[in-house]
Write a protein of this length. Structure first.
Length: 251
């Protein structure tokens, strides 16, 4: 499972890709000044995950982000994991996205439309595999793998080829149906002590809440297990042996 192939039929670039790549080159040359322009929300999110990764230090498994978009937080996760697990980082980081926006006619975009997601088909297309890979080039030896395509297709295929456990899963897929599908697929891979985070739980404009709640109900899990996070993630749940056992009995 190497690299990040571009899905068949996906545009090779988005309209402003060359502009954004030029901006990345400028940022690279001015990297010592970059910290002055970090948005407070990104800093808050980074600090949250730094503390969580320290708690996960002895939990086996990799990191997965669903809805990686432009790959900025994949870079942050790579750097945080390298800090926490120094001198020998061991976790792979998998980033799932179409990297071409919501497609117009597949299962994922249909789920988004059905759930009245914030995003419509064709939006969120200000990204590409090329753009994300350019960011990753600033991190020689990075442990990020991009999984490009429709998650309804790429996730089952990836899980069939990739035997590892999951220590941290970040769901930023916006739509409830897609989020529920992801939870159903990865649940058996979660390590006890691991963490699942939801970026849009109980937020206006997204239907992620309906998917999370439906999954918890089907598994006989109390919504009280969900803890309020900072703005991103909006909520998270720590996976205990008891949670895994209760969910298995309820199936």
């Amino acid at each position: 499972m190497k690299g990040a192939p571009v899905p068949e039929g996906a545009p090779q670039q988005f309209p402003d890709e060359e502009r954004d790549l030029e901006r990345l080159e400028l940022l690279s040359m001015m990297s010592q000044d970059a910290a002055a322009f970090i948005p407070r929300q990104l800093l808050e999110k980074t600090l949250f995950y730094y503390e969580q990764l320290k708690l996960l230090k002895d939990v086996p498994g990799d990191i997965v982000e669903f809805g990686a978009h432009r790959g900025t937080f994949l870079c942050v996760l790579n750097d945080l994991a390298a800090l926490v697990d120094a001198p020998s980082p061991f976790r792979d980081i998998l980033g799932f996205d179409t990297f071409s926006g919501f497609p117009a006619s597949n299962q994922m975009s249909q789920a988004a439309r059905t759930d009245r997601s914030f995003y419509a088909a064709g939006s969120a297309n200000d990204t590409s595999v090329r753009l994300v890979n350019r960011k990753l080039e600033e991190r020689p030896g990075h442990r990020v793998q991009l999984i490009a395509g429709d998650v309804f297709e790429t996730l089952p295929r990836t899980l069939a080829e990739w035997p590892n456990k999951i220590a941290l899963a970040i769901c930023d897929l916006d739509a409830g149906s897609v989020t529920k599908f992801v939870l159903e697929q990865i649940w058996e891979r979660l390590s006890p002590g691991g963490l699942i985070c939801f970026d849009e739980y109980s937020r206006n404009g997204w239907s992620e809440t309906t998917g999370v709640d439906a999954f918890f109900k089907e598994r006989g899990l109390s919504l009280a297990l969900l803890k309020k996070g900072p703005r991103a993630p909006a909520a998270y749940v720590r996976i205990s042996d008891d949670i895994l056992a209760r969910a298995a009995v309820s199936r």
